[in-house]
Design a protein. Structure first.
Length: 215
C-alpha cells in the first residue's frame, strides 16, 4: 500500500493520509495488526470512542481520519487544565472497563488498553477518542488504571522531558479521580515489559504514584 509523507509519527508507527477521510497507520518494524483491529472494531460497535477501522493487513491499519489536538498538546498549550485532563483519562478508562470483555469468560475481566495516556487521546469535535491499541489485553481493570498512572509518573520523573512539571500535576489530578490503585505491583511488571523505560525509571514512577504525586 503506497503512502505519502506522514501526518504524524510516534514511537513505533507513522500515520499517512489516504484521502476520503482515511489514514494509514503503519508500524515501522512490521507485525500483524489484526488483533488490534479486532478489538477496535468490537469497541466501536459498542459505542466506545475509537477510530473506525476499514482495513487491517500485516503492519498496516486503515482507519477513519480524526481532527483535533492530542490531550497532551492541549495540556501543553494551556487549552485544557491538568484537572480536566486527569478527569478525561479516568473517564475514558472507566467507560472502557464498563464494557464486557471480548474473549475472556471471567466475568471480572475487561478489555484493557495498557497504554492510555495523553498522547493517545485525541480531542475531536465529537469528544475524546482513544488511539493506539497495540498493547491491548484482557484482565482486571485495576491493572489498566495503574498502568496509566505509571506512564504519567514516568514523564513526571524524567528531568529531561519538556512536560515533567505538568505531568506531576496531571498525575495528582488523575489519582484524585481514580482513587487507590490496588494492582500497582502488577502494573509495574506490565510497564517494565511494554514500556520504553528501564526498571529504575518505572520504580521511580511507582514511588511517585504511591506518594500521590506529592513527593
Amino acid at each position: 500500500m503506497s503512502a505519502s509523507l506522514p501526518l504524524a509519527s510516534g514511537r513505533d508507527a507513522d500515520v499517512y493520509p489516504l484521502g476520503d477521510g482515511r489514514v494509514l497507520r503503519r508500524y515501522r518494524r512490521g507485525g500483524d495488526v489484526r488483533d488490534e483491529a479486532a478489538v477496535m472494531t468490537y469497541l466501536h460497535r459498542l459505542g466506545y470512542p475509537v477510530p473506525e477501522v476499514y482495513q487491517a493487513d500485516g503492519p498496516d491499519l486503515v482507519m477513519r481520519r480524526l481532527t483535533g489536538p492530542t490531550l497532551a498538546a492541549a495540556a501543553a498549550t494551556g487549552g485544557i487544565d491538568v484537572r480536566s485532563a486527569g478527569r478525561i483519562l479516568a473517564d475514558l478508562l472507566h467507560r472502557l472497563h464498563a464494557l464486557p470483555a471480548r474473549r475472556s469468560t471471567d466475568p471480572a475481566d475487561r478489555v484493557l488498553h495498557l497504554d492510555l495516556h495523553p498522547e493517545n487521546v485525541m480531542l475531536t469535535p465529537d469528544g475524546p477518542v482513544v488511539l493506539d491499541w497495540r498493547n491491548t489485553a484482557e484482565g482486571p481493570p485495576g491493572v489498566d488504571l495503574a498502568v496509566t498512572a505509571l506512564i504519567v509518573g514516568e514523564v513526571a520523573t524524567d528531568p529531561a522531558h519538556d512536560l515533567t512539571g505538568p505531568a506531576r500535576g496531571l498525575l495528582g489530578a488523575y489519582l484524585a479521580e481514580v482513587g487507590p490503585l490496588d494492582l500497582l505491583e502488577e502494573a509495574v511488571a506490565v510497564r517494565a515489559r511494554l514500556g520504553p523505560y528501564g526498571a529504575d525509571r518505572v520504580a521511580e514512577a511507582a514511588a511517585l504514584v504511591r506518594a500521590g504525586a506529592t513527593g
